[in-house]
Design a protein around this ligand. Sequence first.
Ligand SMILES: [Zn+2]
Length: 281
Amino acid sequence: MPRVSRVSVLQVGRVRVRPDNVAGTWRPMLWWTAFSRAWTGWLPVNVVVVEHDRGVLLVDTGQSRASMEPGYHPGGLLGWAYRRQAEFVVDADDDLAARLAGLGLTPADVDTVVLTHLHQDHAGNVGLLPHARVLVSADELSLLDESRPAAHGVLPEHVAPPSVTFTPVRPTPLSTPVGPFTTGTDLYDDGTLVLLPTPGHSRGSQSLLVRRPDADPLLVVGDLTYDPSLLATERVPGTGATGQQRASTRAVNALVGAEPGLRVIAAHDPAAADRASGGHT
Ligand SMILES: [Zn+2]
C-alpha cells in the first residue's frame, strides 16, 4: 500500500485571465474575449507533487519556459483569441526543474505524471520528464485526433511531443465508490490515489483524489474551478462546456460532503499551497 509521505504545490509559471473566465457570466465567450479590458491579478500555475513510497507522482507539469519565445502560440485569429484570453510569464525560478530541485528532486525522479487535461499550462513540460508514465484520460487524448486541436486549446507540438507516450485512462467501476463517483481509476487498488472523471473544462478533464495518512485528503481538480470558494454556488468558469462543468461541480461538492476534511486544490488558486499544507480548508 503506497503511503503518501509529502504533498507539495509548486508554482511553475504565472497566468492572468479575464474575470469572465474565472466565473462565467451572461456574456458569451466570444464577447468577453474580444472586448474585456479587465485582467485578474497574476495567478500561479500550480503543479502538485505527491511523494509516496512507490515513487514520485506529479499532477500536471506547469507552463514551459519555451512559451516565452515568439511563435510558441498559434498565429492568426486563433492566436489573437489565445492572447486575449490569457497571459503567461515563466521566470527562471519558476522553471519546473528549478522548482523540483527545491524539493531535492530532479525530473528523472518523476515516475508518474497525471495530466488533468492537455492545455499547455498543464502539459507544457511533459517532454522534460523522460522516465514518467503519463496518464491522460482517453477522452482528452481524442482531442489530438481532431482536425484542429488548437481550436480546443490543445497544442500537440508542445503537449504531445514524439518523445512522450501517453497511457490512456478509461474510468471503470470502482470496487468502493468515492462519494458520488462510481467509476474512476484506483492507481494502486487501495483508495490512496484515485483518478476521477470531471469533464467540462475540456472534454476529458480528470481530478486526482489523494488520501494521506496524517492529513486531510486532497482533490486536485485542475481547471474545474479557479477558486474553490465558487464551487458551493456552482459558479463555473466562462470557458468550457457549462452543463458538464456544473455536473462535475455537483459531483465534487457531493464528494466534499462525503469525504471528511477534503480540500480542493485548483491549478490557478493562489491559496492552493496553503490549503495542501493545512492553512485553509
Ligand atoms: Zn485549462
